[in-house]
Design a protein around this ligand. Structure first.
Ligand SMILES: [Zn+2]
Length: 448
């Protein structure tokens, strides 16, 4: 229960609920609601999670709305009035769906929300039921103690992020844009987590940019015929050569302003000059998060699927491949031109799915508020911008002119492979990290 029980029998009063005391249980509750998103509509959907979130908010008098975009695909949105309603609003968004988990691979049941070794274990522990829980715990505490945010907050708990957001963020932005009226800035995933450089500096990576994507189908048409005959126009041979060229191709180093700022901060914290031309050395310094940073230094295109043929003695007339392409903010045209020149004239390239890259500058009052809130809880904290190699719901909100940041504050033990937690086996979040997160988030809201 959330209320203090005033005892008249001389027993000690029950401890008063706080954000720190609630966050872990809320996170466990959310993990126990299976919201696996298979990307084909076959999962359980997010309806139960949306209802749970709405109950948590309604308990303190808010009137959250649940929006169902398709059967079971539900998102919850609520607006909290701020002190100064003339100021633009701030959006705090999180997704409630998770990628599937194969229980047999895990130490603990991925949907049990076990606590072990100081961590909450389960699918969604870092992506991103942790932030959903932190947001709920902080907002509940502020409502319980009558502390209004300085400006309007819009909270959005969204379906379908893991499959592109069609049934979540994209649906709300296209069909219910009025929910975000007057909102100019947003925080969400993937950022705010710590990277301990040494005992004098801990970087907190704030996401200010995201790579864009081009998922493509490549097709080569050739001359069909009998496998025993000569054929100098074999579609498989032509396609495989092109795919192999692409797979081995390294796109040139492109240091965007976000990556430049990140490297500057890192070299300052390390007290050494980092040479962008020698990134191998820099990436070594970064340990586990190198795999998040390494791919933000250049465009990439990875062949992921191949298809051709139906019988061993028949040369097919067509061969296809699929490629997952990712481009840096500002480099989409260069990416596509380079791609075509590597593939050559025989390959027809079609888009399967694409989404834009986004980038905002690392400055302004909101960034100050992040910096201040982190510093208050961690004296060696230093907020730095970084570019995410993947995509999030931020891409949808950017269409409404909202400046998006990845800021879901977490202090992590240096030995935890945080990047490996995302969609990984044994995903888990430190309890102390969640408690740190709610303190920072609460201070951040005070200062926003
Ligand atoms: Zn996520």
């Amino acid at each position: 229960m959330s209320e203090r029980s005033e005892s008249t029998t001389g027993r000690a009063a029950a401890p008063k609920a706080t954000a720190e005391s609630e966050v872990v249980e809320i996170c466990r509750d959310l993990i126990r609601i299976d919201t696996s998103n298979y990307g084909d509509g076959s999962g359980p959907g997010e309806r139960k999670a949306a209802e749970y979130v709405a109950e948590q908010l309604a308990e303190f008098g808010l009137e959250p709305q649940i929006f169902e975009s398709a059967k079971g695909r539900a998102s919850t949105v609520v607006r909290i009035e701020g002190e100064d309603r003339s100021r633009p609003g701030l959006l705090i968004h999180g997704h409630t769906d998770v990628v599937p988990a194969n229980a047999a691979d895990w130490t603990y049941d991925p949907f049990a929300g076990e606590i072990a070794d100081g961590c909450v274990w389960g699918r969604g522990a870092v992506d991103m039921k942790d932030m959903d829980a932190m947001t709920l715990a902080v907002v509940r505490d502020r409502l319980r103690t009558g502390r209004k945010p300085p400006r309007d907050l819009v909270l959005a708990f969204l379906a379908d992020e893991e499959a592109g957001g069609t049934y979540g963020a994209r649906f709300l932005v296209d069909r219910h844009p009025g929910l975000f009226e007057g909102v100019t800035e947003a925080i969400g995933e993937v950022g705010g987590f710590s990277f301990t450089v040494n005992d004098r500096a801990r970087l907190y990576l704030i996401e200010t940019a995201e790579k864009g994507m081009h998922w493509m189908r490549l097709t080569v048409e050739g001359r069909a015929g009998h496998g025993s005959m000569e054929n100098d126009d074999n579609a498989i041979t032509e396609l495989c050569e092109a795919v192999a060229r692409l797979g081995r191709h390294q796109f040139p180093l492109r240091i965007t302003k976000t990556v430049r700022a990140f490297l500057d901060e890192l070299s300052d914290a390390l007290g050494v000059e980092l040479d962008p031309e020698n990134m191998d050395e820099t990436l070594r310094v970064l340990g586990g998060i190198a795999k998040m940073i390494g791919t933000t230094l250049r465009n990439t295109a990875q062949p992921t699927m191949l298809g051709a043929g139906y019988k061993v003695n028949v040369i097919p007339g067509q061969a296809t491949a699929h490629v997952d392409g990712r481009f840096l903010p500002g480099y989409e045209e260069e990416f596509l031109a380079e791609l075509d020149s590597v593939l050559g004239p025989r390959v027809k390239r079609e888009s399967v799915h694409s989404d834009k890259a986004i980038e905002t500058s690392f400055d302004g009052a909101l960034v100050e508020a992040m910096q201040t809130a982190l510093r208050a809880e961690d004296p060696i904290a230093r907020a730095v911008p970084y570019c995410l190699s993947g995509g999030t719901d931020a891409k949808s909100f950017q269409d409404l002119g909202i400046r998006c940041f990845g800021f879901a504050p977490l202090q992590l033990p240096p030995e935890l492979d945080f990047a490996g937690m995302f969609h990984g086996v044994d995903e888990r979040v430190p309890v102390a990290g969640l408690e740190f997160g709610v303190r920072v988030l609460d201070r951040f809201i005070d200062a926003c």
